[in-house]
Write a new protein. Structure first.
Length: 235
């Protein structure tokens, strides 16, 4: 079966209609923008501040919105219909992720604009943001497949928002508690580390390890997502 953009576009359009009608979910996209605007007016111009907004965008738009959209499909039993349709796994997961991806990229851009973040190397930061977006959307898809309802999806995604938005503050405790060094390998921390290097003049070769770690997280989460998806097909 060949990949069909028509099927992907049909799924995307359906998701857009569902998203626009669900005020409880759609209003979430404005929260990172409000925070970014506040930070910009306060003159907070640190990498930590800028990427707290961007990581919040990943968690709340990429993961939360995606998780709720998938869980809503399950609750309405329309996801089962998609699974039994001629659409392939790649088309379904791609179509179900496309809206969240577009929203995440757009909101991340405006967060950077409102907080007046001007990266020294836009190409590196853009690459890292795209890879990170794909990871967080994959995580949202996985959680949405696990959740039994939209209400449950709103609960299980809260730890993700906390860890990936505020988790960077844990790094100050690493010297006192060495076991917390594992936190340094989280995608959001790697993104902050990458951005810090970029501001010091680093090129692609200097941040390849950061990009590789984020990419590994992305591959792992999509492997798990496909496994859970396949399991749901036979349940």
């Amino acid at each position: 079966m060949t990949f069909s953009w028509k099927r992907v576009n049909a799924i995307f359009q359906k998701d857009f209609k569902d998203f626009s009608r669900n005020l409880a979910v759609s209003i979430v996209v404005f929260l990172p923008l409000i925070l970014a605007a506040v930070y910009g007016r306060m003159g907070l111009d640190t990498i930590q501040a800028h990427f707290m907004n961007i990581n919040m965008t990943f968690a709340m738009v990429g993961t939360y919105v995606q998780c709720c959209l998938i869980a809503e499909e399950k609750e309405k039993n329309t996801l089962r219909g998609l699974m039994l349709s001629p659409a392939s796994t790649l088309e379904i997961l791609g179509g179900k992720s496309l809206l969240s991806f577009v929203l995440t990229i757009v909101i991340a851009f405006f967060c950077a604009y409102l907080s007046e973040y001007r990266p020294a190397n836009i190409a590196i930061i853009a690459t890292a943001i795209v890879i990170s977006s794909v990871f967080f959307i994959g995580l949202g898809t996985l959680l949405g497949l696990i959740a039994k309802s939209v209400m449950e999806s709103s609960v299980i995604v809260l730890p993700v928002i906390a860890v990936f938005t505020m988790g960077s503050f844990v790094t100050v405790w690493i010297e006192k508690y060495p076991v917390l060094q594992i936190v340094e390998y989280l995608p959001n921390i790697q993104l902050i580390d990458l951005a810090t290097k970029v501001e010091k003049g680093a090129g692609f070769g200097d941040v390849i390890s950061n990009l590789a770690i984020i990419l590994i997280w992305t591959v792992v989460v999509y492997i798990l997502t496909v496994i859970v998806y396949k399991k749901r097909m036979v349940d």
